[in-house]
Structures are given as structure tokens and as C-alpha cells.
Design a protein around this ligand. Structure first.
Ligand code: CA
Length: 226
């Protein structure tokens, strides 16, 4: 699950990034409204954490513009103010939830889990199944037959992308965006290295990651009849 964090206070952004990564979320950060909006418009994020007071473009106008473009990514709005009026304004602009600073880590994580459920994209104990592969994305755990192996966060994000799109060709660019994030300087050959790691861990006779030359990869699996 990939989160876009739009927050201009460097220390808060750093602390939140640390907490989110520790809790197995992929995180990209933006420190002003314009950059945040451009990143949100790519549509690659599962959730957006949006600070209200931002340089260049404030949170509520950014949110209104996103919604008017049809971008429905769930948004958790952060604000230093707590008045009914602020709350209504934020929710009217299209926020899915609202958190007043300062907030506890536990509360933030609980809200994110709830938003993930509401968006239908992911829940705490969600399992993805393709043929005999079972992946628990939030635990980075892969089960093949009766063997369970731990994956690294990147391996898990990569396999999640394949398992959500079985039989479809995923380009290297899509993989870089989803797994490493838009602001990374990672090269396409890192994708090859991680696919190589993942193939070793799959170790399954029924499913394989096929290379589609010059384009990317495709997860192929035989239906599980058991
Ligand atoms: Ca701020």
C-alpha cells in the first residue's frame, strides 16, 4: 500500500515517514501544495495524508481540485485547528477523514487502516491469492503450499502489484512508480534484480513471473483447483 504524505514541516514529515515505513506502508513525500498535487494526480497512491496549511497551495483547495478531476484517492486531512467550521469545510472539499494535531501514532494508524478498508483496497488481514500463492501484504508474508516465507517490503510491494493484476503485463515504469515511488532515482535494472529475488522466493511449479521482452513482466498462474 503506497501513501503520499503532503506535509511541509520537515520534522513531522520525517517522523511520520519513519512510522509509516515501520508499519509496512510505502511512502512518498511532498513539502508543498503544488508538488503534492502533481504527485497526487498521477493516481498511483492508495491513500493521501494531506496537511491543511501548506506553502504554494493550501490543502483544502488542493483537495477540491483533485476531486474535481475525478481523483478519488482517500484523503486524511491534518490540521492544527479544530473547529466545527474547519471540519465541515474539509469534509465538504472531499476529505474522507480528519485528524487534529497533535495526534498519537496509534490514532493515525487506526485512521489509515479504516480508510484502507473503506477504499476497499486493503485491510489489515487481507490476503491476495493467485493459484497456490497467498500474500499478506501488510505482513510481507508469502505462503506457497505449506511454506511461509518473509519478504522484504519492496519484494512484497512488487508481488502485490503482480498479484493484483494476474495475467497482465506490468511495465518496468509501473513497477518503479509503485514500488520505489516517483521521487526515487532507482534505475530500471533494480527492477530486474528484485524480480530475480522474487522468483527465487516464489519457488512454485504453478506460478511464474514471465519476462515480456522490452516491456516488463507478467505473473502467470494455473488456477488452483484444490
Ligand atoms: Ca503545515
Amino acid at each position: 500500500m503506497r501513501i503520499l504524505l503532503i506535509e511541509d514541516e520537515p520534522r513531522l514529515s520525517e517522523a511520520l515517514t519513519y512510522i509509516l515505513k515501520k508499519n509496512k506502508y510505502g511512502v512518498d513525500t511532498a513539502f508543498d501544495g503544488e508538488t503534492g498535487q502533481a504527485m497526487a494526480e498521477t493516481g498511483v497512491y492508495d491513500l493521501i495524508i494531506l496537511d491543511r496549511m501548506l506553502p504554494h497551495k493550501e490543502g483544502v483547495s488542493l483537495l477540491k481540485e483533485l476531486r474535481s478531476q475525478g481523483i478519488a484517492t482517500p484523503v486524511l486531512l491534518l490540521t492544527a485547528r479544530d473547529s466545527i467550521q474547519d471540519r465541515i469545510e474539509g469534509l465538504d472539499a472531499g476529505a474522507d477523514d480528519y485528524l487534529v494535531k497533535p495526534f498519537s501514532t496509534e490514532e493515525l494508524l487506526a485512521r489509515l487502516r479504516a480508510l484502507g478498508r473503506r477504499s476497499g483496497s486493503q485491510i489489515q488481514d487481507e490476503q491476495l491469492k493467485v493459484a497456490e500463492l497467498i500474500l499478506k501484504p501488510l505482513h510481507c508474508e508469502l505462503t506457497v503450499g505449506n511454506e511461509t516465507v518473509k519478504l522484504t517490503l519492496k519484494e512484497s510491494l512488487l508481488l502485490e502489484l503482480f498479484m493484483r493484476n494476474p495475467g497482465q503485463v506490468i511495465t518496468k515504469e509501473q513497477i518503479l512508480d509503485r514500488v520505489w515511488g516517483l521521487d526515487s532515482e532507482v534505475e530500471a535494472n533494480n527492477v530486474e534484480i528484485y524480480v530475480h529475488y522474487l522468483r527465487k522466493k516464489l519457488n512454485s511449479p504453478k506460478t511464474r513471473i514471465e519476462t515480456v521482452r522490452g516491456i516488463g513482466y507478467c505473473l502467470k498462474g494455473e488456477p488452483d483447483v484444490s
